[in-house]
Design a protein around this ligand. Sequence first.
Ligand code: NAD
Length: 473
Amino acid sequence: MYINGVWENADKALEVTNPANGEVIGSVPDGGREDAARAIDAAAKAFPAWSGLTAYQRSDYLYRAHKIMMERREDLARMMTLEQGKPIRASRNEVGYAADFLLWYAEEAKRVYGETIPAPRGDQRFIVAHQPVGVVAAVTPWNYPISMLTRKIAPALAAGCTIVLKPAEATPLCAVETFKIFEEAEIPAGVVNLVTAADPVPIGAEFTSNPTVRKITFTGSTAVGKKLAADAAAQLKRVSMELGGHAPFLVFKDADPVHAAKGASLVKFLNTGQACISPNRLFVHSSIVEPFVETLTERVTRMRGGNGMEDGISIGPLVNEAAIAKVERQVEDAKEKGATVMCGGHRLMDDGLDKGHFYAPTVLTGVTEAMTIYREETFGPVAPVIAFDDDETALTMANDTHYGLAAYVYTNNISRAMRMFEGLRFGIVGINDINPTAAAAPFGGAKESGLGREGGREGIVEYLETKLGGFSV
Ligand code: NAD
């Protein structure tokens, strides 16, 4: 753990395993509530000096961290593949994406502008300023084990906040490597703190009940996000929540079904489907469903599962047995209710893959509303295809979910593209675009997919309080 600028151990250790083969690859301290409380104290003590720096000074620290992260890209990527399982190329991409947040907020730190507002009285002046909210507590997931950290830490530090972060128990080694970068960038003691733990519950309880914490930022499941937000409400702490998703992927009759199927195969199986913006229902116009499914199935059949360190692997392991069990349950349920398995539909067991958590990339057709997969987030490599006949029905079905994170549309008709962009109740809509994300763009969900935005101009606002000054002159 990294508390007040010092690396610390705990009495117990949390072992970390490689999800591709079950081997133990390291361990981190198994911290507890006391450690979280000490880290919060350290962050509170560091806050006055850190928030008192100029934006230019804070920006310099972030530039330095960005430079070190890019120099370490290969080492970090290898650690990510070992610990999380994604193919090494995807890990390299993620490190680049993670570093982008450090760079973007190094720049954005200097653009926290206020404003003056014409006042109703002649002898009155209004000014609006933005100040850091204070100590931030952050909780992050395992699926993007470095970028989800910098997406929170970079804007928080740029705004002048100090922070305590608890990473996911499956991927704490990536967090340790990330915090080494902050240490080397000479970010002052107490500004960034890391608490690792096998049991997140006591840490979460300290984060939500400690009055020093003024903001909770969380990325993970909707269930845990709701619990943390409810607990934080007791002290009216500010919250940002990046939660689950159930992205629709709509392919209209004017789209090229082969091009759309290529896009679907890339975005659906990214990170083995373990992404909050992963398509969970593929709605395809009935006139082109056949060539779409043919191309998708052909591409998915060619995908190779295995250890992400090896060449040519595009399907890494799922995070654990519970994740496999969830995928199996959803596929069995769909089969029982009449879906057709075009490819996959089983665990991968050959060539030593039985030692890891591998599931074959799967395409299902004939999926209906009655099936669990139609509503429940899969977080695994399964592409369920549903045919539709008219735009309005497709839009209604796409919106028929309590999630609202990402949606994708394939069409070559500009009016239809605009109608869908406006009509889809999701925070992110990709129009013929399977990667509508960047450090410069606001990422976040509607409905039960979250509160607030990360990245972009909006990302730093989450860490700022608005202050009005009224002056009589
Ligand atoms: P999870 O909610 O189980 O865990 C996320 C984090 O919360 C982990 O660090 C975990 O230790 C911690 N946690 C769990 N219970 C806690 C508690 N009571 N108090 C404090 N912390 C607690 O989710 P997961 O399975 O690790 O991640 C997958 C989920 O995350 C999916 O639903 C996915 O859609 C979502 N996700 C969302 C985004 C986004 O930006 N919207 C990004 C990535 C993942």
